[in-house]
Design a protein around this ligand. Structure first.
Ligand code: NAD
Length: 393
């Protein structure tokens, strides 16, 4: 068990590290936030002061609370005081060698009972754990951006992680007013794996010329009740980042066509049309520009929505089928990590698994591509007449 007065260490004071430090300090912990670059520490401190002051202006927090949060974070230019910590989380750049170096240095300083965690999005926990002498106390603890706002945290034990350490960590992070899910150490963990078709199938529909970006976005928001359409979201995330995640997952899955990246998005990256941040992506964000209106055809919209949702559900089934996470955790992850309006498996039950399988089979028959193979668990559940949530009606 990690106590309420435990000291927390955070390595890397970038976007995620600063956010995680804020979360831990808000929960009353003394936090040491370390970065190898002093200018990053200054930037993190200024950023936190700004974010927290805005909370006071909006009357969401009192000045006293904000002063407390800031006073509990020590911006450190070395890791010597990490010896006092019970839990240390690393959020440095996504480079395996840098991360391994951080952990082997940490191991020489932290106490024997200190839990070590990585916030990596795309590296395997097993690969980082190879740098540790005691890998049993190491695991993945994946926060989402922005860490203080996003409720979800994926807890990912590696092959060498002691199951008790994973349980302790999940309970501890849960006590931080977060929703935790447990995922297997596989590419993309839960959210970044199950969410791929939201982008991939939308891009495929676009590339086939079935509809343009505004129409696909309209269908997903209007009919599906998603907060953002796939193209708006890719423009916001940045095509460089989104394309890289897709490519990494595709390679990591030994080129499974389900995860195949799209040429349309690759060309965007090549042209420097990275989305909002560069002023141009699928939409034009430059001053005075206008964007085409969606074709609000209900029949077309339904077809688009059904196809993307079916692919998402098929992927969610696969995560359960392959033991990546439980039914409940897959649903919690997608609702709280990417704000889906419903859990995908609950949604599948509502549509009817038979209907979902029919839609998936229709795509497979139409295209004869392995990309559209119905998941074996979905087929099995239909043949057995089962639902994901058996006891609820
Ligand atoms: N940005 C996201 O949306 C997001 C979401 C979830 C997880 N992650 C993961 O979190 C980690 C950090 O991502 P980020 O977006 O905060 O990156 P970032 O670039 O904003 O911050 C990385 C920080 O690490 C510091 N750093 C580099 N080498 C270091 C070292 N040897 N020792 C100490 N500090 C060092 C850098 O100075 C920088 O401040 C990555 O593993 C990333 O995959 C990112």
């Amino acid at each position: 068990m990690i106590t309420e007065d435990a000291k927390i260490g955070v390595v890397g004071a970038g976007t995620m590290g600063a956010g995680i430090a804020q979360v831990a300090s808000t929960q009353g912990h003394q936090v040491y936030l370390y970065d190898a670059y002093s200018e990053q520490l200054e930037k993190a401190e200024q950023g936190l002061v700004k974010i927290l002051n805005r909370q006071v202006e909006k009357e969401r927090m009192s000045q006293e609370e904000v002063d407390g949060i800031l006073s509990r974070i020590e911006f450190a230019d070395n890791i010597t005081m990490f010896g006092e910590c019970s839990f240390v989380i690393e959020a440095v750049i996504e480079d395996p060698d840098v991360k391994k170096d951080v952990f082997s240095r940490l191991e020489g300083i932290v106490s024997k009972d200190c839990i070590l965690a990585s916030n990596t999005s795309s590296l395997s926990i097993a690969s980082i754990s190879s740098a540790l002498k005691k890998p049993e106390r190491f695991l993945g603890v994946h926060f989402f951006n922005p860490a203080p706002l996003m409720k979800l945290v994926e807890v990912v034990p590696g092959i060498a992680t002691d199951p008790e350490i994973a349980d302790t960590t999940r309970d501890f992070i849960q006590s931080w007013d977060k929703i935790t899910v447990s995922g297997k150490d596989t590419p993309g963990f839960i959210v970044n794996r199950v969410a791929r078709p939201f982008y991939g199938e939308a891009l495929r529909i676009y590339e086939e010329g079935i509809a343009d970006a505004p129409t696909i976005d309209w269908a997903m928001k209007e009919i599906g009740d998603f907060r953002m359409g796939p193209f708006e979201l890719m423009d916001l995330i940045g095509h460089d980042v989104n394309y890289e995640v897709t490519s990494t997952v595709f390679k990591a899955f030994y080129y499974d066509p389900r995860f195949k990246p799209s040429f349309a998005q690759k060309r965007m990256v090549e042209a420097g049309w990275l989305g909002r941040k560069s002023g141009r992506g699928f939409y034009d964000y430059r001053n005075g520009s206008s964007n085409p209106e969606p074709t609000k055809d209900p029949e077309l919209g339904q077809k688009i929505f059904n196809r993307i949702l079916t692919m998402l559900i098929n992927e969610a089934c696969d995560a359960v089928f392959m033991g990546i996470a439980s039914i409940e955790d897959v649903d919690l992850a997608m609702q709280n990590g990417v704000n889906y309006p419903k859990g995908l498996l609950k949604w599948a039950d509502e549509i009817g698994l038979h209907e979902v399988l029919d839609r998936m089979t229709a795509l497979q028959v139409q295209y004869r591509e392995d990309r559209y193979r119905p998941n074996p668990l979905l087929k099995k559940m239909v043949s057995e007449g089962k639902n994901f949530y058996e006891n609820e009606e």
